[in-house]
Design a protein around this ligand. Sequence first.
Ligand code: UP5
Ligand code: MG
Length: 187
Amino acid sequence: FSPEEVTVLFFLGGPGSGKGTQSANLVKDYGFVHLSAGDLLRAEQLREGSQYGQMIKTYITEGKIVPMEVTVNLLSNAMRDSLDANPRPPLDQAVFFEETVCPSELVLFLDCPEDVMEARLLKRGETSGRDDDNAESIRKRFRTFVETSMPVVDDFEAKGKVVKVQATGSVEDVYAEVKKGIEERGV
Ligand code: UP5
Ligand code: MG
């Protein structure tokens, strides 16, 4: 596919800030397709015959970023599949994606303090079965976010692409802000 055929939005935000939840809202109201790098990695981890399964599990449990070639390849394939079906990260990964796959229109940054995110993730951990919804992995995920993902947000910010949304309120409140951001930018 060519970049002119698609409109890409990136959701960035700390672990548990609500990226998945707010993406689901946009899918419902705007017909976007949601591709979560984390979900794609978890699916690849479980795929029989994957050469990356054990490596992905280790990175996820340690709260570290999987080598970007693996993730961007999964994203690119999933985009192609989803375009066939219906006609997020570190600085380098986001830039790599924009250069090799497609530039983003807008970056929605869900701004949320760690104590709020931690409470959400620990609550989800009671039932999620995820290898990383435990206190230790969460702490590591936060560190990775601060060290490798916040610089990406800052970089997009400098390019004037970022709409910052306060992500501490209810799902409905946050979504109202997300919609406002998108509509103000005329996406
Ligand atoms: N919740 C959401 N919004 C709420 C609100 N406003 N009020 C109250 N509760 C709210 O939400 C998390 C929880 O909070 C849910 O229970 C939700 O109901 C509640 P969710 O929407 O899932 O938040 P999200 O930001 O998507 O959090 P997630 O846990 O998915 O964040 P991560 O960024 O840690 O997880 P992800 O799946 O993206 O990545 C997991 C791992 O995969 C990474 O640590 C890394 O090891 C690997 N990875 C890569 O290597 N590269 C990548 O590019 C991406 C991931
Ligand atoms: Mg998510």
